[in-house]
Design a protein around this ligand. Structure first.
Ligand SMILES: Cc1cc2nc3c(=O)[nH]c(=O)nc-3n(C[C@H](O)[C@H](O)[C@H](O)COP(=O)(O)OP(=O)(O)OC[C@H]3O[C@@H](n4cnc5c(N)ncnc54)[C@H](O)[C@@H]3O)c2cc1C
Length: 325
């Protein structure tokens, strides 16, 4: 049974238990969110002992070399001494603006701290200061906007989203750390066709990426599919239509599963629509964001339609499992 040493105390890890589960069971709080290795909130450092390869998947080589790892997916195969991560500074910022984008999505604009640098499409891990409840939110802003924009959907019974909707007021402070994630545009190949597909608030990172792509002078065709169950779930429709009207290479396709197709859009299953509309995706660079099962299905379908796996960037919005799950 591996032993985890933290701040001079030994904790015994049960069979098949992750470092995060072990520490939580012993009452040691490590900030965490998705609990599946996606959001990197629970990144900690092995001061002695080697983290498993799975626990370092997706981390930068520089972090791997320093023995940083994700506690939520680390089932240790030997004893370890761990320390909390000091990689990413924690920022404390005020809420500048709060606006409803539709009945279930709000836009929050936060102060951008001095010295904070990010790429459009990355995400931050937002903390409620009172209890350090942490959740990941994608940045819909792009560097130079002068604020950090989040687009948040209300989740029934959701702790963070309901607090952001109902309690957080302009001027109140929140904390965050990051940025993280590698779903962003790297300039180069300006004529390459781009496919951006988002469901629900999966539009948030794509909205940042899209504006970044246009600012970089991308000239190849850009197809943005934004999907929702019904028309009421779409948002920023007028703004995206006028952005497309001003850029002939940009095609905005709002999509719904139920009801009539929106003007200029499509009705149908979003996992089928991109290949139906565009045919072969050979040579495309693809960005997929939002609901995890849809993102995973789209990844397969885009690959089968000809996109290379290396050209597919995906940001599934993995949610925190319920405590009894
Ligand atoms: C990289 C990343 C980026 C993200 N970006 C965004 C973003 O830009 N905008 C945004 O709105 N969200 C985003 N999310 C999701 C966000 O982190 C939270 O999971 C979400 O806001 C719900 O948190 P909550 O505290 O309100 O709900 P919780 O209290 O965590 O959940 C309440 C209950 O609902 C369940 N649940 C939560 N979400 C869902 C879901 N989608 N489907 C089914 N059941 C669910 C939980 O398991 C739990 O039982 C992102 C997630 C990741 C990993």
């Amino acid at each position: 049974m591996p032993t985890i040493n933290f701040e001079g105390k030994d904790f015994f890890c049960a069979e098949d238990e992750t470092v995060l589960e072990c520490m939580t069971r012993h009452g040691v709080m490590i900030p965490s969110s998705c609990q599946s290795g996606a959001c990197q909130t629970c990144m900690i450092r092995a001061l002695e002992g080697k983290p498993t390869a799975e626990a370092q998947q997706g981390l930068k080589d520089t972090l791997k070399a320093q023995n940083y790892f994700l506690a939520c997916v680390c089932r240790p195969d030997g004893d370890m001494t761990i320390g909390l991560s000091t990689v990413s500074p924690k920022y404390r910022v005020s809420l500048l603006e709060k606006e409803a984008l539709n009945e279930s999505v709000i836009r929050l604009r936060l102060q951008e701290p001095d010295g904070f640098s990010y790429k459009a499409g990355q995400f931050i891990n937002l903390m409620r200061p009172s209890d350090e409840l942490t959740r990941s939110y994608s940045l819909a802003s792009m560097p130079g906007d002068g604020f950090l924009e989040l687009q948040v959907k209300r989740v029934p019974e959701g702790q963070m989203s309901n607090w952001l909707f109902d309690d957080l007021q302009i001027g109140d402070e929140v904390e965050f750390f990051g940025p993280a994630g590698d779903c962003f545009y790297i300039p180069g190949s300006p004529e390459q066709p781009l496919l951006l597909v988002g469901t629900g608030t999966g539009l948030a990172p794509l909205y940042g990426i899209l504006r970044d792509v246009l600012a970089e002078g991308h000239t190849g065709p850009i197809h943005l599919f934004h999907a929702s169950l019904a028309a009421a779930g779409l948002y920023l429709v007028d703004e995206l239509r006028s952005l497309a009207a001003g850029h002939e290479q940009l095609h905005y396709i709002p999509c719904v599963l139920h009801g009539d197709a929106p003007e200029g859009g499509r009705q149908g299953n979003i996992t089928d629509l991109p290949a139906e509309v565009l045919g072969s995706l050979s040579g495309y660079r693809v960005f997929l964001c939002g609901d995890p099962p849809i993102v995973n299905a789209l990844r397969q379908k885009c690959f089968l339609a000809g996109a290379s796996m290396q050209a597919i960037h995906a940001d599934p919005f993995v949610f925190t499992p319920a405590p009894d799950a």
